[in-house]
Write a protein that binds this ligand. Structure first.
Ligand code: PMP
Length: 298
């Protein structure tokens, strides 16, 4: 079945979906996006994703093209037309198309694209045993809180990880402060057993999964401190984790050649995996991440 995309008011087969060559998303990366899960036919943390989208748009002074309710309806219709129940949905909104000029056009209509594909669960072996990461310098701009489609530094960092056979790249600023990853947020459980992650700031994207995981940690009685950690603290950490909408709560057991903790996912990671699994899937399937693979793929 051909995948269906929503583009500017129409649902079209993806092979026929197109935007104008002078779209400012194409010319200047002048646009924002969201990625969300739809689980069992319902958006997972949909409100948080749409709220972040609104913040991203406002930050770039792109007028919201429609209400959140209307956008949510388009998301669900796109999922429905692709005959999915568990889906990963991408929303991309640019400032629209206009003759090339760096400054904003006087009048432009935002371009709206919504696509959906079958939700891919994180690789079960990686989820159970943990992954390795590399370290890359964070060469991004100072508005990382905006979920901008301008992703070149992230692309280069992820490629470096790929070439090293690693899952992700931890990004560092000022030499040794870890901000986040190329497409996920990261955490350590430090020597005192505290879950640490970079605070919300223009240096990181405030992940929806991050906000959920910090709430789950608090509810689990895990001490949380939104305080940056250094590379040295990462290497000395008991546990390390990365989170995102598509990686969920992924254990990190190696940084370069350095083994974290005992080289296996630790107890805090396991508890957060289980709590996140319950948050997303409720009673659907056992609440243990290691058996995520046994869940039916719809
Ligand atoms: N940081 C960056 C740079 C990202 O691209 C992502 C993924 N969108 C995240 C963090 C994680 O965000 P979320 O949990 O909302 O997927």
């Amino acid at each position: 079945m051909a995948r269906i995309a929503y583009v500017n008011g129409r649902y079209v087969p993806q092979s026929q979906a197109a935007v104008h060559i002078e779209d400012r998303g194409n010319q200047f990366a002048d646009g924002v996006y969201e990625v969300m899960k739809v689980v069992d036919g319902r958006p997972s943390d949909g409100d948080r994703h749409l709220a972040r989208l609104a913040r991203s748009l406002a930050s770039l002074r792109i007028e919201a093209p429609m209400s959140e309710a209307a956008l949510q309806q388009i998301v669900m219709e796109t999922v429905r037309r692709n005959r999915l129940r568990d889906a990963t949905v991408y929303i991309q909104i640019s400032r629209g198309s206009a003759p090339r000029d760096h400054a904003f056009p006087k009048a432009s209509v935002p371009t709206v694209i919504v696509t959906a594909k079958r939700m891919k669960r994180p690789d079960p072996k990686a989820y159970a045993e943990g992954v390795g990461v590399v370290v890359q310098p964070d060469i991004r701009w100072l508005k990382c809180e905006v979920k901008s489609v301008s992703l070149l530094p992230n692309v280069l960092a992820r490629q470096a990880a790929r070439e090293a056979g690693a899952y992700e790249a931890f990004l560092t600023r000022d030499g040794d402060v870890v901000t986040e990853c190329s497409a996920s947020n990261c955490y350590i459980v430090d020597a005192e057993g505290v879950l640490r992650t970079h605070p919300l700031s223009p240096l990181i994207l405030g992940g929806v999964t991050r906000s959920v995981v910090l709430e789950l940690a608090a509810a689990e009685g895990i001490p949380v401190d939104e305080r940056p950690f250094t590379l040295a603290e990462l290497e000395d950490a008991r546990e390390a984790i990365l989170t995102s909408t598509s990686s969920w709560v992924m254990p990190v057991v190696r940084v370069g050649d350095q083994v974290i903790g005992d080289g296996t996912p630790g107890p805090v990671t396991r508890r957060l995996q289980a709590a996140y699994h319950r948050h997303v899937f409720g009673n659907r399937g056992p609440a243990v991440a290691t058996v995520a693979d046994a869940m039916p793929v719809v």
